[in-house]
Design a protein around this ligand. Structure first.
Ligand code: NAD
Ligand code: UDP
Length: 315
C-alpha cells in the first residue's frame, strides 16, 4: 500500500541523472512530483517510465525564467553538471546558478516551501585540506574554465544563506561528491560513464594526466537516501557533505572497470590533463553521520557492476 505523504514536491533538473532517481523515490514514498527540466543535459527517456503515473507531472521550463507553481518542497538540481556540459555554454551555466537560483528561492519564499540546494564538492576547488570538511572554504580559481560551475555553485550557496537570514526561507544545502549509476549520460564526459562505455565498445580508456588524481565515488541510491534524510530533518540547514569516503585514483578506477568487463579488448591510454583538474577529493562525512545518521552502504565494485549492466542494455 502507498504510504501517502501527500506533499507536492518540485524537482528542478528532474529529468537528469540524479533528478530522475529522486523523482522515482519521491513517488514511491507517496508524494505528488512536479518534475521541471529544460532538457539541456537531461532527457525525457530518464523519466519515461513515470509518465503514466497520475502523481507525476513533467514540465518543460528553464529556471532562468521565473516560475509560479504551488509546492511544499523543492529540490533544486537544475544545472549542467559535467565539465563538458557546463563549459559548453559557460555564461548560461552561471546564469542557472545565479538568476535561476534567485527565481527558485523567490518561489520558496512565496510558497514557504522548504528548499534543498544541490551544491557540490567543486566548491572546495583543488583542495588544500584533505579530506574536505564543511568548514573548509576551498581553493577555487575564479577565472578558470571550471569557474562558471564552481563559482556559480558558491554564489548559489550564498544566495540560499542570505534568503534564509533575510527572509527566513527554509533552506538546506548539500554538497554532493562524484556520484554514478544508471541514467548517467553516456556522452557527457564524466569519468565513470566514459570508461564503462569505452570498455563496452572495445575503445581505449582515456585517462587524463597520469591517473594519480583521486576522486571518491558514491552510488546513486546512497545519495538519494542522504538527500531525502536531509530534506526531512529539522533544525539543520547544512551545508553537509554527501559522498563516499572510499577514495580511488583514476588509474585504479580504470583498472577496476576493465576487470569487471573481462571480455573487453580495451587498453588504457593517457591524454592531456584539463586545466584546474582537482588533484584529490574525499569527503569527511562525520557531520552527515551525526546529523542524518547517514553513510554510504554500496561498495564501488557493486555499484560499478549495476552501472555496467545499465550501459550494456542501452549501448
Ligand atoms: P544532469 O546534467 O544529469 O542533470 C541536470 C539536469 O538539469 C538536466 O536534466 C538538465 O537538462 C537540467 N537543467 C540544466 N539547466 C537547466 C535550466 N536552466 N533549467 C531547467 N533545467 C535545467 O546532472 P546530475 O548529475 O543529475 O546533477 C544534478 C545536480 O546535482 C546538479 O545541480 C549538479 O550540479 C549536482 N551535482 C551532481 C554531482 C554528480 O556527481 N552527479 C556532483 C555534485 C553536484
Ligand atoms: N577523467 C579521465 N578520463 C575521462 C574523463 C575524466 O581521466 O575520460 C578524469 C578527469 O580529468 C578527472 C576525473 O577523471 O580528474 C573525474 O572527472 P569527472 O569529469 O567525472 O568529474 P570531476 O572532475 O568534475 O570530479
Amino acid at each position: 500500500m502507498r504510504n501517502l505523504n501527500n506533499k507536492t514536491i518540485l524537482v528542478t533538473g528532474g529529468a537528469g541523472f540524479i533528478g530522475s532517481h529522486l523523482c522515482e523515490r519521491l513517488l514511491a514514498n507517496g508524494n505528488e512530483v512536479l518534475c521541471l527540466d529544460n532538457f539541456f543535459t537531461g532527457s525525457k527517456e530518464n523519466v519515461r517510465h513515470l509518465l503514466n503515473n497520475p502523481h507525476f507531472e513533467l514540465l518543460r521550463h528553464d529556471i532562468t525564467i521565473p516560475l509560479f507553481v504551488e509546492v511544499d518542497q523543492i529540490y533544486n538540481l537544475a544545472c549542467p553538471a559535467s565539465p563538458l556540459s557546463y563549459q559548453y555554454n559557460a555564461v548560461k551555466t552561471i546564469k542557472c546558478s545565479t538568476i535561476g537560483m534567485i527565481n527558485i528561492l523567490g518561489l520558496a519564499k512565496r510558497t514557504k516551501a522548504r528548499i534543498l540546494q544541490a551544491s557540490t564538492s567543486e566548491i572546495y576547488g583543488d583542495p588544500k585540506e584533505h579530506p574536505q570538511k564543511e568548514d573548509y572554504w576551498g581553493n577555487v580559481n575564479p577565472i578558470g574554465i571550471r569557474s562558471c560551475y564552481d563559482e556559480g555553485k558558491r554564489v548559489a550557496e550564498t544566495l540560499c544563506m542570505d534568503y534564509h537570514r533575510m527572509n527566513g526561507v527554509d533552506i538546506k544545502i548539500i554538497r554532493i561528491f562524484n556520484t554514478y549509476g544508471p541514467h548517467m549520460d553516456s556522452y557527457d564526459g564524466r569519468v565513470v560513464s566514459n570508461f564503462i562505455v569505452q570498455a563496452l565498445k572495445n575503445e581505449d580508456l582515456t585517462i587524463y594526466g597520469d591517473g594519480s588524481q583521486t576522486r571518491s565515488f558514491q552510488y546513486i541510491d546512497d545519495l538519494i537516501n542522504g538527500m531525502i534524510k536531509m530534506m526531512e530533518v529539522d533544525n539543520f540547514i547544512g551545508p553537509v557533505n554527501l559522498g563516499n569516503p572510499e577514495e580511488v585514483s583514476i588509474k585504479e578506477l580504470a583498472e577496476e572497470i576493465l576487470s569487471l568487463i573481462p571480455e573487453s579488448k580495451s587498453k588504457i591510454v593517457y591524454r592531456k590533463l584539463p586545466s584546474d583538474d582537482p588533484k584529490q577529493r574525499k569527503p569527511d562525512i562525520s557531520l552527515a553521520r551525526e546529523k542524518l545518521n547517514w553513510e554510504p552502504k554500496i561498495k564501488l565494485k557493486d555499484g560499478l557492476k549495476k552501472t555496467i549492466e545499465y550501459f550494456r542494455q542501452i549501448i
